[in-house]
Design a protein around this ligand. Structure first.
Ligand SMILES: [Zn+2]
Length: 233
């Protein structure tokens, strides 16, 4: 583990996550609705997409979002070290924080953002694998994406699964990177979301903050699971 790589990765993650709340606030709207141009709480204008810190003057500073960003990228920096893979995964992690923030607010994973995450991971990783003469990693990533997508599609089709097609698409995209890293990463990345969401759902039930039929977002657990897979592998 390189201390400096870990530190700079964490600083990058914390700083870039500061820009997440404004974008998340504007994009956390129901399906087929235009992005919000005014604050959902105080109706003040939100003229731009770019604002570091709180999404609106009426909201609190996004301490938890920035902490999550720093922890996620710090873990990636510690696990991967100074390697091209880290350069690809740092911006991808910020996109992941944005997706999680939107899913937590409105139970949606916008297609455009999932597609952006796919482009930001699949394209550079594929190019890197071809340039370094490791096409096998590319094939493994593609196979893992198909496998991960198929497993989540089957779960989504089960009655009462509480899992949407957005989750299936995200699991497919994350499957590529996990497979690219290796089969153990994919196995951990597929298993971990359920180990994470199970206790969370139980805690919410016990504290009466959720009912048995309350829909819980799976996106954050899928993203956290992928992180666990990459870090452990
Ligand atoms: Zn406001």
């Amino acid at each position: 583990m390189s201390f400096w790589v870990t530190l700079w990765a964490a600083v990058f993650g914390g700083a870039s996550a500061a820009f997440v709340p404004r974008v998340a606030h504007r994009l956390a709207v129901p399906r087929d609705t235009r992005p919000r141009s005014t604050c959902a709480d105080c109706t003040a204008d939100l003229p731009t997409w770019v604002r570091a810190g709180a999404p609106c003057r009426c909201s609190r500073p996004p301490v938890w979002t920035m902490a999550a960003g720093a922890v996620v990228t710090g873990l990636l920096g510690a696990a991967i070290g100074p390697a091209p893979l880290l350069l690809v995964l740092l911006p991808a992690a910020t996109l992941g924080i944005l997706l999680a923030a939107i899913d937590l607010r409105c139970l949606r994973l916008p297609d455009a953002l999932v597609a952006l995450l796919a482009a930001a991971t699949v394209l550079p990783l594929s190019l890197g694998a071809l340039l370094t003469g490791e096409p096998a990693r590319l094939g493994r990533g593609a196979l893992a994406a198909l496998l991960s997508g198929a497993i989540y599609l089957i779960i989504a089709l089960l009655p009462g699964a509480g899992l949407g097609l957005g989750d299936v698409k995200l699991a497919t995209v994350l499957g590529f990177t996990l497979g690219f890293v290796g089969w153990p990463a994919l196995a951990a990345g597929l298993l971990a979301p359920h180990l994470i969401n199970g206790p969370v759902a139980l805690a919410l039930l016990l504290t009466r903050r959720a009912k048995r039929r309350t829909a819980l977002p799976l996106g954050p657990a899928l993203l956290a699971g992928a992180l666990v897979g990459i870090v452990l592998a």
